[in-house]
Design a protein around this ligand. Structure first.
Ligand code: UD1
Length: 371
């Protein structure tokens, strides 16, 4: 069926798989109009960070895996750029789609643009204002060279308009909200029993940002803060990203969190993590995705990071970013727990749960209009 439009999705790491799943669900409704393939850079290769997501999110395994693996940004971006370029030259897609702000996002957008294939960026217009932060650099460059940009919030769209990138940009809503609703009934509540947790009686903690893990003093502050929450406020459960696990070993703190009573567990797939968010008392995380998932589930998120990547959530009182030292983190955790229950916030802040459909529709229109 050569007359169907060809869409190539480029992904590589954990946060991209749910976004891919939401768009694929929507595109699946148009089998006569599109043919899809997925290229995975191989940046995330552990089963729990990759394959599990494809299974739980019910999307086919990638058609290509570039096997890029771990390494410097230069290595990951360079190897992905080369690999995706090869796939584009071979399969000749009409449209490339990239997601979020990782090295695969930037490399996919560069490869497509160099091959003169239109690029769509899902989760466009997010800014922290610090170009020395890798994800910010990835976002800014990707937005600049994309031909379509899909925004989770109105603010993201206004940001793009302020950068003279309003043409080709759309407030689609957040694909993460699509997934939150789609999978809510199927979340893995058994994780609470397996981890020995009681509903509404634990703080869910995740830490993975390079800014929090790569520098010893900073990481020690993060760990001290987690121990302080465990000691003074509430049971903490801490699914640990591999980057963070090895960083904790590097500063000789392995075993210390467990000794303090923190439940340290391996990183989790989509359905178990969703269940832990949904039944938590509070979330403590530097993940931009988890901040939104906490909000969708009516939970506040204390962010061990100074940047507000989602100012909308800060304004709604749902995300509390700030300094990373035990006193500041404890004070934000207490403030979050003392606050009245989170109100729903402005209706439709992250769209209506149909972002995937809206993105699919816009892509199909653009493909139909293409010469
Ligand atoms: C990457 C993204 C980040 C995203 C995060 C989600 C970039 C620049 N960073 O960061 O934006 O929020 O994914 O998790 O693209 N490792 C394993 N197994 C794996 C993958 C990694 O053990 O399957 C370990 C390796 O020691 C590796 C380290 O984790 O060096 C960091 O992995 P990497 O993919 O470089 O960055 P992330 O921190 O995961």
């Amino acid at each position: 069926m050569t007359d169907r439009a060809r869409i190539l999705h480029v992904v590589g790491s954990r946060p991209q798989f749910p976004k891919l799943a939401a768009l694929r669900r929507a595109l699946r409704e148009h089998p006569d109009r599109v043919e899809e393939r997925v290229v995975h850079s191989g940046q995330h290769y552990d089963r729990e960070l990759s394959e599990v997501f494809f299974e739980e999110l019910e999307i086919p395994l990638p058609d290509y895996n570039l096997g890029v693996g771990s390494g410097s940004h230069a290595h990951q971006i360079g190897a992905t750029l080369k690999g995706v370029t090869g796939v584009i030259e071979d399969w000749r897609p009409d449209q490339v789609v990239v997601y979020g702000d990782t090295n695969a996002t930037l490399a996919g957008a560069l490869a497509a643009t160099q091959c003169r294939v239109p690029v769509a960026h899902v989760e466009a217009g997010v800014r922290t204002g610090n170009l020395f932060q890798t994800e910010e650099l990835n976002r800014v460059v990707t937005d600049r060279i994309s031909t379509s940009r899909f925004c989770c919030t109105e603010l993201n769209l206004r940001t793009l308009e302020g950068e003279a990138l309003g043409d080709g940009s759309l407030f689609s809503g957040d694909t993460m909200l699509d997934n939150y609703r789609h999978f809510l009934a199927r979340m893995d509540v058994g994780i609470l029993e397996r981890a020995g947790l009681r509903e509404n009686a634990y703080v869910l903690c995740t830490v993975h940002r390079a800014e929090n893990t790569d520098e010893d003093t900073r990481l020690a502050e993060v760990i001290d803060s987690i121990e302080a929450v465990q000691r003074e406020i509430e049971q903490v459960v801490f699914p640990v990203h591999p980057r963070t696990r090895s960083a904790i070993g590097r500063i000789g703190r392995q075993g210390k969190l467990e000794a303090a009573g923190v439940k340290v567990i391996d990183s989790l797939g989509f359905q178990a993590l969703q269940a832990l968010v949904e039944h938590s008392r509070l979330v403590l995380s530097d993940s931009g995705g988890l901040q939104r998932e906490a909000y969708f589930g009516g939970r506040r998120c204390v962010v061990p990071w100074e940047y507000a990547s989602w100012p909308e959530l800060v304004e709604a009182g749902a995300a509390l970013p700030g300094p990373v030292d035990p006193a500041s983190v404890l004070s934000r955790v207490n403030a979050a727990l003392d606050a009245s229950p989170l109100s729903a916030g402005p209706a439709g802040l992250f769209g209506d749960g149909h972002a995937g459909r809206r993105i699919a529709q816009r892509l199909l229109e653009a493909l139909d209009a293409a010469p």
